[in-house]
Design a protein around this ligand. Structure first.
Ligand code: NDP
Length: 283
C-alpha cells in the first residue's frame, strides 16, 4: 500500500518538500505519497487528527506550527525537547512522536559549504544567530555541540532570545561555549552570521548595522529561492561569502526520511536536481 506523508504549514504552496521526498522515494524504491497541506493558524491539532484518520503515517511541520507540534506530541526526541519545537512527527503504538531535524540539516549543509569554500571548519568559530523562532530553536543545540566557540543570539523581540539562551545555558556550559544574548547585532565580530529570521520570506532585508556582514566573514540564510534571497544579496553586497538554505532543506528532509523509512537517501543528486529546477522555473 502507498504510505501517506505531508508537510503542514501556513502558507504552504511554496514548499519544496513534496518534490524532495518524491526524489528520495524514487532513489530508494519506496512507495509513498507526500503532499503539501495548509493548516488553519489555530487548527494544527484538528488537521493532524484528520490526516491520521485518512491514513497519514508521518509529517513535516513548518512555519508557524513547530511550537504547536511540540505541544501536541506525547513523546519527543532529546533534540525536540531542547528546542521545544518539532519539525518531524509520526504515529506509532505510543501515539504521536516528534523530532527536530533542522539542526542536523543546518550542520550538514554548513559543513558542505564551508568545506567547499576552503574556509575554517565550524569548530572554534564565533557565530551570530539572528532570530529566536522555531528554526533558531531547532539549530541552537546542534550549533553548540558542533564545537563552536562563541554564539551571540539576537532577536527583534529580545525576550524570546533570552528564553532560548536560558534553555540552552547548561548545554553551552557543558561544551565550553560562550552563549550570549546581544541587544544589537555586533559589527566586525562574527566569523559567521546565520539568518534564522523569516524576514527573507516576507521579501525584506534585515536592518543590520554596517560591518555586521563584511568581506572577512560568511553568511547563511535559512531561506532559499531562485534568486539570491534579500539576506544573501545584502551579505554579498557587503563583501561576505553567502549561501542560501536549500541545502539545509534537503538535509533536514533526508533526516526526516531516515526516521520514517530507516534508510538514508543520497542528498547530493537531489540538491543538484532541485537547484536546477528552481533556477529553471524562474527563467
Ligand atoms: P518563526 O515564525 O517561528 O520565527 C520567525 C523569526 O523571525 C522570529 O524570530 C521573528 O522575530 C523573526 N522575524 C520575522 N520578521 C522579521 C523582520 N522583518 N526583522 C527581524 N526579525 C524578523 O519562523 P521559523 O523560525 O520557523 O522560520 C524562520 C525562517 O527559517 C523561515 O524563513 C523558514 O522558511 C526558514 N527555515 C528554513 C529551513 C530550511 O531547511 N532551509 C528550516 C526551517 C526554517 P520576533 O520573535 O520578533 O517575531
Amino acid at each position: 500500500m502507498t504510505a501517506l506523508y505531508a508537510v503542514f504549514g501556513n502558507p504552504i504552496a511554496h514548499s519544496r518538500s513534496p518534490r524532495i521526498h518524491a526524489l528520495f522515494a524514487q532513489q530508494t524504491g519506496v512507495s509513498l505519497r507526500y503532499e503539501a497541506r495548509l493548516a488553519p493558524i489555530d487548527g494544527l491539532d484538528a488537521a493532524l487528527d484528520a490526516f491520521h484518520d485518512e491514513g497519514g503515517c508521518g509529517a513535516n511541520i513548518t512555519v508557524p506550527f513547530k511550537f504547536d507540534a511540540w505541544r501536541l506530541c506525547s513523546r519527543r526526541s532529546p533534540a525536540a525537547q531542547l528546542a521545544q519545537a518539532v519539525n518531524t512527527i509520526g504515529w506509532d503504538e505510543g501515539g504521536l512522536w516528534g523530532d527536530n531535524t533542522d539542526g542536523i540539516g543546518l550542520i550538514r549543509d554548513l559543513a558542505r559549504v564551508l568545506a567547499a569554500d576552503a574556509h575554517t571548519p565550524l569548530q572554534g568559530q564565533r557565530l551570530l544567530l539572528l532570530g529566536a523562532g522555531g528554526a533558531a530553536s531547532g539549530v541552537l543545540g546542534p550549533l553548540i555541540t558542533a564545537g563552536t566557540r562563541v554564539i551571540a543570539l539576537w532577536n527583534r523581540s529580545a525576550d524570546k532570545a533570552q528564553a532560548l539562551a536560558a534553555r540552552h545555558s547548561a548545554l553551552a556550559m557543558q561544551h565550553g561555549v560562550d552563549l550570549q544574548v546581544v541587544q544589537g547585532p555586533p559589527s566586525r565580530w562574527a566569523d559567521g552570521v546565520i539568518n534564522a529570521t523569516s524576514a527573507s520570506l516576507g521579501g525584506s532585508s534585515l536592518d543590520l548595522p554596517e560591518g555586521v556582514l563584511h568581506a572577512g566573514n560568511w553568511a547563511y540564510d535559512m531561506m532559499y529561492g531562485a534568486h539570491d534571497t534579500p539576506f544573501v544579496a545584502q551579505a554579498r553586497a557587503a563583501g561576505a561569502r553567502a549561501w542560501d538554505g536549500l541545502g539545509m532543506l534537503v538535509e533536514q528532509a533526508a533526516q526526516s526520511y531516515t526516521l520514517w523509512h530507516g534508510e538514508a537517501p543520497d542528498t547530493a543528486p537531489v540538491l543538484a536536481t532541485l537547484r536546477a529546477e528552481i533556477t529553471a522555473s524562474a527563467t
